[in-house]
Design a protein around this ligand. Structure first.
Ligand code: IPM
Ligand code: MN
Length: 366
């Protein structure tokens, strides 16, 4: 059997619970394709701070770079909210993204038919929505320099810098153009070019390369309008490309189309590296209770098969297993709406059905 090593960083809160389900499902789906997954697990985020005094150690970073494939749970929690900026769990995540150079963050927003009723938005508005958000992940205001806090006439102030270079915009845009070529051929670039210099650079830079993709229809939208359009008529979008901060905000908004933030997977790609993480956070309020929704972590494992292992059939096997769980009416609390034919379920029960579906490679019924 071919062997592949994956680094797992379960992290904080519900991270470990959902990651362990994702790992089991990943191993099973890959075993079917003749690939044996071995896992090296490391502390990451708040739990790493507790043991090592930093959210990510150099050793952990090295091991991620060596493996090139990383599956992450979630980081953060109220007990670490008052740490200095560089010690916070989130700082570990940003450092990991930067060091791995994973500049293109793919966040597919897919509405599963059996969940259309779980969204707070009307069913006919969201039905069949299928958007791919490509968020720039290693630049923009998240990383721009200078950033500091100072004081002027006794009035403290802080500065962050939103900076985008042509090359940064063009490399992530190429990922988005290529994705659009494989989908419906439409790409919407989202910016704030009516106000921000960095957005005008963004728009100019993407226009410069648009000619390389004559089969893709490129449009531009201002981010405030986009936030509204995502809720008003999400079906108008195919692929969307945007900067780090706008993508962060728009993807949380778009997640509600799927019924829950607990449904959204993500893949962060750059060079040969792939970092896979659910979009949801560590949800400390429900951690350790066995009720977390593992489906976003499991769907992230499917993306890992697709993009890092080139095992499309394993990816589809996992995605079918998710559909099976939903069709069977199993819902974690974040998705449960007392709809007839559904039952309130938990992490373990869902894990069990996922594994059964993956190993049988077909729709199983309860
Ligand atoms: C996300 C998260 C992170 C981000 C945080 C935890 C740093 O919200 O992945 O969307 O802002 O990128
Ligand atoms: Mn976010």
């Amino acid at each position: 059997m071919k062997k592949v090593n994956v680094v797992t960083l379960p992290g904080d809160g519900i991270g470990p619970e959902v990651t362990s389900v994702a790992v089991e499902v990943l191993k099973e789906a890959c075993r079917h394709e003749g690939v044996e997954i071995s896992v090296s697990e490391h502390l990451f985020g708040g739990i790493s701070y507790e043991k090592h005094g930093v959210p990510v150690t150099d050793e952990t970073l090295e091991s991620c770079k060596k493996s090139k494939i990383v599956l992450l749970g979630a980081v953060g929690g109220p007990q670490w909210d008052n740490l200095s900026a560089d010690k916070r769990p989130e700082a570990g995540l940003l450092k990991l993204r930067k060091e791995l150079g994973v500049y293109a963050n793919l966040r597919p927003i897919q509405v599963y038919p059996s969940l259309a009723g779980a969204s707070t938005i009307k069913e006919d508005v969201i039905a069949e929505t299928d958007i791919l958000i490509v968020r720039e992940l290693t630049g923009g205001v998240y990383f721009g320099e200078p950033r500091y806090t100072s004081e002027e006439n006794g009035d403290p102030y802080s500065v962050d810098t939103m900076k985008y270079s042509r090359s940064e915009v063009q490399r992530v845009s190429r990922v988005a153009f290529e994705a659009a070529q494989k989908r419906d051929g439409r790409l919407c670039s989202v910016d704030k070019a009516n106000v921000l210099e960095s957005s005008r650079m963004w728009r100019k830079s993407i226009l410069e390369i648009a000619g390389d993709y004559p089969d893709v229809e490129l449009s531009h939208m201002l981010v405030d309008n986009c936030a509204m359009q995502i809720i008003r008529d999400p079906k108008q979008f195919d692929v969307m490309v945007t900067g780090n901060l706008f993508g962060d905000i728009l993807s949380d908004a778009a997640s509600m189309l799927t019924g829950s933030l607990g449904m959204l997977p993500s893949a962060s790609l750059g060079g040969e590296n792939g970092l896979y993480e659910p979009v949801h956070g560590s949800a400390p309020d429900i951690a350790g209770q066995g009720i977390a929704n593992p489906l976003a972590a499991v769907a992230s494992a499917a993306l890992l098969c697709r993009y890092s292992l080139n095992l499309e059939s394993a990816a589809q096997n996992i995605e079918n297993a998710i559909q099976t769980v939903l069709k069977n009416g199993l819902r974690t609390a974040d998705l449960y709406t007392e709809e007839p034919g559904t039952t309130l379920s938990n992490t373990q029960e869902i894990a069990h059905l996922l594994l059964k579906a993956v190993s049988e490679r077909e729709m199983v019924s309860f």
